[in-house]
Design a protein around this ligand. Structure first.
Ligand code: HAM
Length: 426
């Protein structure tokens, strides 16, 4: 029987992993620049946490969660709920009023797999908890945009406001009235959503529904004065920071916890799954989950989608070519055992060294050095060994020099480092 990975779950192979590491390292670097600290969370939570935060009537909770029904636990479909659970459980707010946290890891949603959409996928999430100021909304979006820019990726930022508990219910009523008048013409999903989650109809992907909702009332015309003022200031702060964006009055998110600012980073060359990142404010959520009355805002980016966008850039361009500093080619048994000590000694002094134990010909070993992108090859044969030397060949220009083994292991690492450094600066 041939065992394969299950549908929607995918292996990330070594050549691709370098890109994942690049994305994760750059994200960490940027988050640290913005004062964020990492938090690591379990991948399972009590099912009720997601129903209470993401919302009972959302697609995620209604049909996409991987739940162990008998145990009452679920593989997390996103990180915000888990992060807030941990935040509340450990009283993190007691230490300081505003906390900036990020987390990176796998999420699970039982969606129909397609390009850019998987059942196990990975998110980079960042959350600011405790700050209500619109400048923070702009700062968080600016950080997301900087992340994409430093990765060399193009995505546009779309922004909206979903109002608050005061102004959203009357707006919801307006939308329901509007949709009820269209009822028969909407797709069957939207007919159902008209009463369960009417705002979702606004971003239905069905072209007919899209056309029909063009004249729907806009939430932006229904915002209360507090939300309207907040949204105006968010835009002014984005302008101040030089962040390019557009307002998308039909953007509604697939999670119920949002209040006020919501945003998405849209990449135009990703096909149907165009949102590379998304987020927003969730001012009532921490209290709803039994925590202190604190506001929050954050976003998540999908690593798989970032990797897809990055396919246009070569490994060289990204500085991802994995190189070996030196490949030690040993000829003969004695040279081979000497080489094992040499390689280990070089590795201990921080040099990327490799060798081959199979006793193959010099030609075969040089080929192997080439496959490993080795910058140097150190050739040790019986003759060299007798004279306590090795031949060091620069694989780029084929220049050769003698490398002395006379002074013993303690000096090998340093001598080789000197040669490598000089050749880099030359
Ligand atoms: P989300 O919009 O559900 O938001 O997901 C954020 C990002 O995760 C998406 O833009 C996409 O890049 C990626 N993503 C989502 N589902 C999949 C999938 N099935 N396959 C591949 N990638 C996917 C959230 O999850 C919120 N927790 C974001 C947030 C943080 N809001 C506030 N703070």
């Amino acid at each position: 029987m041939k065992v394969k990975a299950i549908n929607g779950f995918k292996d990330i192979l070594p050549d691709e992993v370098t890109r994942w590491q690049y994305i994760e390292n750059l994200s960490r670097d940027i988050f640290h620049r913005f004062g964020f600290k990492e938090i690591r969370l379990p991948i399972m939570e009590e099912t009720g946490l997601f129903a209470r935060s993401i919302g009972q009537a959302t697609d995620i909770v209604e049909k996409e969660m991987y739940t162990f029904v008998d145990k009452g636990i679920t593989l997390r479909p996103e990180a915000t709920a888990s992060l807030l659970r941990a935040f509340i459980e450990h009283g993190i707010h007691v230490q300081q009023p505003v906390n900036r946290l990020y987390t990176i890891g796998p999420m699970f949603r039982h969606e129909r797999p397609q390009k850019g959409r998987y059942r196990q996928f990975h998110q980079i999430s960042a959350e600011v908890i405790g700050a209500v100021e619109p400048q923070v909304d702009a700062e968080v979006m600016a950080m997301g945009q900087l992340l994409l820019m430093e990765m060399g990726l193009e995505a546009s930022l779309e922004v909206n406001s979903l109002g608050c508990l005061e102004c959203r219910p009357p707006y919801r009523e307006k939308i329901v009235n509007f949709l009820e008048n269209l009822s028969e013409q909407l797709c069957s999903d939207c007919q159902r959503r008209t009463h369960t989650n009417p705002l979702r109809v606004l971003d239905c992907k069905n072209p007919r529904c899209r056309e029909l909702v063009q004249d729907a009332p806009s939430i932006l015309d229904s915002l209360c004065s507090g939300c309207s003022e907040h949204f105006t200031q968010v835009q002014a702060s984005l302008d101040l920071l030089g962040v390019q964006y557009s307002v998308n009055k039909f953007m509604v998110r697939g999670l119920d916890y949002y209040t006020r600012t919501t945003f998405e980073f849209i990449a135009h060359n990703l096909g149907a799954q165009s949102a590379v990142g998304a987020g927003g404010r969730y001012d009532g959520l921490i209290e709803d989950l039994g925590g202190p009355k604190l506001p929050g805002i954050g976003f998540a980016m999908g690593i798989e989608r970032l990797v897809l966008l990055m396919l246009e850039r070569s490994d060289d361009d990204l500085g991802l070519q994995q190189k070996t500093d030196v490949f030690v080619a040993a000829l003969g048994e004695e040279a081979a055992s000497h080489s094992a000590l040499l390689v280990h000694t070089l590795r201990k002094s921080g040099i990327k060294a490799a060798m081959d134990y199979s006793g193959r010909s010099l030609k075969a070993q040089m080929k192997q050095a080439g496959r490993l992108n080795s910058r140097y090859t150190l050739i040790i044969g019986e003759n060299e060994l007798e004279q306590n030397t090795a031949v060091l060949r620069n694989m780029e220009n084929q220049n050769q020099q003698n490398f002395t083994l006379e002074d013993g292991p303690a000096s090998w690492g340093n001598s080789l480092k000197l040669i490598i450094e000089n050749s880099v600066s030359a």
